[in-house]
Design a protein around this ligand. Structure first.
Ligand code: NAG
Ligand code: NAG
Ligand code: NAG
Ligand code: NAG
Ligand code: NAG
Ligand code: NAG
Length: 331
C-alpha cells in the first residue's frame, strides 16, 4: 500500500505538472470530505489515510462484513455519511490544525476494482471567487462545454481546469505540455478534454446535474506569468419535464375539445335528421307526438340539455347514444 502510494505520487510528479490533490477543502470544525465512487458495482471496503510531513497514518477502515474501525485520534470523531451505496464520504468532528494535510480515500469495489481520490485540507479564507468572465446556462442531463481560450505569444507549461465552490476546489483536468493530461477521478467518467492546443482547450462535461453549478476556472501557467479565465455555470431543470406536464394538460384539453366538437356535430346531425323524421312522422301521427312533446323545437332543446341516460329510454334516440358516452370516457 505504501509502495503504491509512493509510486503514484512519483508518477504524478514525473508528469511535469504536480497535481497535489483532486479536491482542496477548506478547514472547518465539521470537516466533510466527499468521496463518492461514480462507478456502479458492489462496495467491499473503504480506506481513509492521511499524509502530512511525509508521515502517513490510518484514519478509518470500513469493511462491508467486518464493520468500521477508526484509528487513534479519529476514534469517536468520524461519521460516514453513507448517502448512496458507493459513498465513502466522511465528516470529521471537531477538526483542528492537527487534521490538516493530504487525505487519500480509496474504495474497493467489485468488479471494477479500486477507486481513489486525494483531498487536501488547508486553512483557507475561501477560494478565489472572482467575477466570472462569462456565464452559461445548461439544462440538467445536457452537456456543458467549457472553453479555455487565451491569446498569448509565450510558452504554456500547463493549464489547470478547476471548479470553485464555497468550501472546496475540484481539479477537473490538468493539461501539461507536451506530456499529456490528467482528469480528476470525480470527472473521469463523464469528461472529454483535448489538450493538443494549449491556448484553445475545450472541455466537455456530460450529463450535467444541479450539483455541477458553480464557477469554472481555466488557469494558464506560462513563461509570461499566470492567467485565469472564469465561467459561471447555472443549471436549469430540464424543460422537457415541465413541457411534458404542459403537454399532458394541453393534450387532454385538445382531446376534450375534439370530443366536444364531434359530439356537437353529431348532435346537430342527429337532431337535424330527427327533425326531418319528426316532420315526416308528424304528418302521419300528429296527436301521439304532441302528447310527448308539445312543440318540436322544445323537444330539440330538451334533448340537448337532458342527460343521455334519460333519453336512452326512447328507441328514437338510439343513434344518439355513442357520442355522449365517448365524451364521458375521455374526460
Ligand atoms: C467537540 O468539542 C466539544 C467542545 O470542545 C466537546 O464538548 C465535544 O465532546 C467534542 N466532540 C467530539 C465528538 O469530540
Ligand atoms: C451504509 O448504510 C447501509 C444500510 O443502512 C449499511 O448496511 C452500511 O454498512 C453503511 N455503510 C457505512 C460505510 O456506514
Ligand atoms: C505577439 O507577437 C507579435 C509579433 O511577434 C506582436 O505583434 C503581438 O503584439 C504579440 N501579441 C501578444 C498578445 O503579446
Ligand atoms: C484534438 O484536437 C486536434 C486539433 O484540434 C485534433 O487534430 C485531434 O484529432 C484531437 N484529438 C482528439 C483525441 O480528439
Ligand atoms: C446522468 O446522471 C444521473 C444522475 O445525476 C444518472 O441517474 C443518469 O443515469 C445519468 N445518465 C447517463 C446517461 O449517464
Ligand atoms: C503561477 O501559478 C503557480 C501555480 O499554478 C504559482 O505557483 C506561481 O507562483 C504563479 N506565478 C505567478 C507569477 O503568479
Amino acid at each position: 500500500m505504501d509502495y503504491l502510494l509512493l509510486v503514484m505520487i512519483l508518477f504524478r510528479l514525473h508528469k511535469g505538472a504536480t497535481l497535489t490533490a483532486d479536491t482542496t477543502v477548506k478547514m472547518e470544525q465539521y470537516l466533510t470530505l466527499k468521496c463518492e465512487c461514480p462507478w456502479s458495482g458492489i462496495l467491499s471496503q473503504i480506506n481513509w489515510e492521511r499524509k502530512s510531513d511525509s508521515k502517513k497514518e490510518l484514519v478509518a477502515v470500513y469493511h462491508k462484513q467486518h464493520g468500521l474501525k477508526l484509528f487513534n485520534k479519529y476514534e469517536g470523531r468520524i461519521v460516514f455519511l453513507n448517502s448512496s451505496s458507493m459513498d465513502g464520504s466522511i465528516t470529521i468532528i471537531n477538526a483542528s490544525a492537527e487534521d490538516l494535510g493530504l487525505y487519500q480515500c480509496s474504495i474497493k469495489t467489485f468488479p471494477k476494482g479500486s477507486w481513489t481520490k486525494h483531498l487536501l485540507v488547508e486553512n483557507s479564507d475561501g477560494f478565489d471567487n472572482r467575477k466570472p468572465d462569462s456565464e452559461e446556462l445548461v439544462e440538467t442531463g445536457h452537456h456543458f462545454m467549457l472553453r479555455c481560450h487565451y491569446v498569448l505569444n509565450g510558452t504554456v507549461y500547463h493549464v489547470t481546469i478547476e471548479r470553485i465552490g464555497e468550501k472546496h476546489k475540484d481539479t477537473i483536468a490538468l493539461c501539461s505540455f507536451p506530456d499529456g493530461k490528467i482528469i480528476g477521478p470525480d470527472y473521469k467518467e463523464r469528461t472529454l478534454v483535448n489538450c493538443s492546443r494549449a491556448l484553445n482547450i475545450n472541455l466537455l462535461l456530460k450529463n450535467i446535474s444541479i450539483n455541477d453549478e458553480g464557477v469554472y476556472q481555466c488557469h494558464f501557467s506560462t513563461d509570461r506569468g499566470n492567467h485565469t479565465t472564469t465561467t459561471s455555470l447555472s443549471v436549469r431543470k430540464e424543460i422537457n419535464e415541465f413541457m411534458k406536464i404542459i403537454l399532458i394538460y394541453v393534450g387532454a384539453g385538445a382531446g376534450g375539445v375534439v370530443v366536444f366538437t364531434v359530439t356537437i356535430i353529431a348532435m346537430v346531425v342527429v337532431c337535424q335528421k330527427r327533425q326531418k323524421r319528426m316532420r315526416n312522422r308528424a304528418k302521419l301521427d300528429v296527436p301521439k307526438r304532441r302528447q310527448i312533446n308539445n312543440y318540436e323545437h322544445a323537444a330539440v332543446y330538451d334533448r340537448m340539455t337532458k342527460p343521455p341516460s334519460r333519453q336512452n329510454k326512447e328507441d328514437i334516440y338510439v343513434n344518439f347514444q355513442k357520442p355522449p358516452r365517448r365524451a364521458k370516457k375521455k374526460t
